[in-house]
Write a protein that binds this ligand. Structure first.
Ligand code: OSB
Ligand code: MG
Length: 373
């Protein structure tokens, strides 16, 4: 496949319900989409960078910049056979993993169509349905949170994850467990604590949580190992897991017992599969995280979640929890038992709604190979 042009697009989409973490509240998403034009099928990728550099260093604007000035020029005019040919072409650029991931994944997306294979099979997936959990943000009141949990449990979701931070943790878990003593429950701190709060964190052990996600610094796994030795609740690393080496080091050090794999955070499908494999070989289960994606990123998350070591319910849930109208069709739906059935059609398995994307676009730029002199 020759990469002839890349269209960068920023779209804006209001969330159905605001999403609040320990680092802030999001009500409307700005999303960078990547449309890859080749001499064969066209591919789509979604950059999962946020509006602000709060979850990670990247943002929509830094990703646009990296893409326009470095990543697109590194691939334009090149011929690639497969998605995994892309990372070596981008190797000179440090960081910017979410931008890189969007580009690499767009190539996988095109490759799957070219080979007439479902993307998930191309990635090495083995599961034909994936188990779904939900991530529920910090609410205006505990009552509002309990209402949301009730709604998601009735919809069939198989694991409830609640965001937490000092002041919205033990008090909240107490109320949840009083009402639902036995549901599969976990929490995500997004780095809201430090080791000084270890006595407080030990109290989490009373609630039979499946895990606590990234309790300490976003760039740490060393001190997470200290914490893991002192609490019973399993630590799951999210922010800190940037590649396969960190995965191995964190596991060897005992920093976590579970890993959240986000394809954008690690820089694309090749690295995500490698992280999965390292964890699998070490006997550490993984699950697929979410970044409030549109249907494009969501369909890619579904494909990734079919790999064999994705044995815990992920944060991949129905389109309608996020959007009034998703930019793919059909929208992603979850069965009353809490599963997504994996599409058997070639490629990502969901069609792009071009007219809707056009309507939502606030800026776009098509990059093509500089004409040779
Ligand atoms: O830490 O998993 C996280 C959303 C944005 C940034 C970070 C995180 C999240 C979520 C939402 O938890 C998962 C989703 O529903 O997409
Ligand atoms: Mg997280």
């Amino acid at each position: 496949m020759k990469i002839e042009a890349i269209t960068l697009r920023e779209i804006r989409m209001p969330l159905v319900h605001f999403f609040e973490t320990s680092f802030g509240r999001t009500t409307e998403r700005r999303i960078l989409l990547m449309n890859l034009h080749t001499d064969g099928p066209e591919g789509w990728g979604e950059c999962v960078a946020g509006e602000d550099p709060f979850y990670s260093e990247e943002s929509v604007d830094t990703a646009w910049y990296a893409m326009e000035h470095y990543l697109a020029p590194a691939v334009l005019g090149k011929t690639v056979d497969k998605g995994s040919d892309v990372p070596p072409l981008l190797g000179k650029v440090r960081g910017h993993r979410m931008a890189k991931g969007a580009l690499e994944n767009a190539v996988w997306d095109a490759e799957a169509q070219q080979k007439q294979l479902p993307l998930w099979r191309l990635l090495g997936g083995t599961q034909t349905e994936i188990a779904c959990g939900v991530s529920i943000g910090i609410q205006n009141s505990v009552e509002q949170l309990l209402d949301k949990i009730e709604t998601e449990l009735s919809a069939g979701y198989r694991r409830i994850k609640v965001k937490c931070k000092p002041g919205w943790d033990v008090n909240v878990f107490e109320r949840i467990r009083a009402r639902w003593p036995a549901i599969v429950l976990s929490c995500d701190a997004n780095s809201a604590y430090t080791l000084d709060q270890i006595e407080h964190l030990k109290q989490f052990d009373r609630f039979n949580l499946l895990m606590i996600e990234q309790p300490l610094w976003h760039d740490d796994f060393y001190f997470h190992a200290h914490l893991q030795k002192q609490i019973k609740t399993s630590i799951c690393l999210d922010e800190a897991v940037l590649n396969r080496r960190i995965t191995q080091a964190a596991i060897e050090l005992g920093a976590c017992r579970i890993i959240n794999v986000k394809v954008g955070r690690v820089g694309g499908f090749s690295e995500a599969v490698a992280v999965h494999d390292v964890a699998k070989n070490a006997g550490v289960p993984v699950w697929c995280g979410g970044m409030l994606e549109t249907g494009i990123g969501r369909s890619h998350n579904i494909a990734l979640s079919t790999l064999p070591n994705f044995t815990l319910p992920g944060d991949v849930s129905a389109s309608k929890r996020y959007w009034k109208e998703d930019i793919i069709e059909p929208a992603v739906e979850v069965s009353p038992q809490g599963y997504i059935r994996v599409p058997e059609t070639p490629g990502r398995g969901f069609k792009i709604k071009s007219d809707l994307i056009e309507k939502l676009t606030v800026r776009q730029k098509t990059l093509s190979e500089a004409p040779s002199a």
